[in-house]
Design a protein around this ligand. Sequence first.
Ligand code: G3P
Ligand code: MG
Length: 356
Amino acid sequence: MFKPFQTSRAITGPLYLQIRLHSTTNQPKFGFALDIDGVLIKGNRVIPQAQRALRLLNGENASGKKIPFVLLTNGGGVTEEKKAAQMSRKLDMDILPSQIVLSHSPMRSLVKKYKDTPVLVVGGRERSCKDVAEQYGFQRPIQPDDIHHWEKSVWPFRRVTDDEAYEAQKRYDFSREPIEAIMMFHDSRDWGRDLQIMMDVLRSKNGMIGTQKTDYSVQDTPVYFSNPDFLWSNEFPVPRYGQGAFKTALEAIYKRHTGKELKSTSFGKPHRATYEYAEKILTSLLPNNTPLQRVFAVGDNPAADIAGANAYGWTSILVRTGVFDGKGNSSEFPAKLVCDDIEEAVHWALNEEGLK
Ligand code: G3P
Ligand code: MG
């Protein structure tokens, strides 16, 4: 900040303090955590109010000040860089990778424990979640495809080409390499196959595919989910089943087969780890260590966006452009404010902060 002001002599003393005071006191001490699906976009369609709302935050407001914001989504399946590029294209404005918090972003914390061990990374398109895992620092991410290509009888309902089989058998031998953990990074593209393979790991002796335990009193393989959403909103008139529905299916099969409850760790909204992570990111976007005093969290899913924001002490705003379309407030997870769309939400918040 002070570089351009630099004259031949360094600016010190009361003038420096005055400038410093002015620059921090005038900085907005609040920020926004904006949900993506059902708030900014619905599938491939951009919600019209979204661009206007973000322009308001980007300085086109009465104060001319930029208001820091992060896009806090239970979506994922790509790197933060890729998501930032996608959202910048869709919203026709620069969104930085540092402004993106994906469902699996906080799962970087698991790298310490699983850096060099085979972990089964489930979900997403083709190898995209493997790329994400490798970028986070996991050295040996395995996908259900790798196991299926290595032994096609694992799931006989989908053809494995000779090339796929040859490649996988050259690279892997899952009868010798135990899977140490299962991490769901994004929605499965093949529920049946992925449920089968996840159960094969969970029923095996210490993660060795093709073996089978008899005693299920101890669950050998930890399971991590990145997104608890049972429903999410895209272009289709009614919400779609999300990763939370897949989790419900896996738990039901596990219970039926082992008689035990499946133990797992969940990330994503409304879980605290995700908010602690997002808060760090948002704080880092405020200039000159300006303290973050308030966060407006805008979302369309009461069970995720509103429950999480309320529990974390943020100001929750529920919009009617996605999963929730009720007239009043959510009875289960009431929001501080309910409004029709993101633009109305941002206007209200700026007014609350006296920037209107
Ligand atoms: O798969 C993503 C979906 O569950 C919801 O995403 O952006 O509304 O948190 P989002
Ligand atoms: Mg949403």
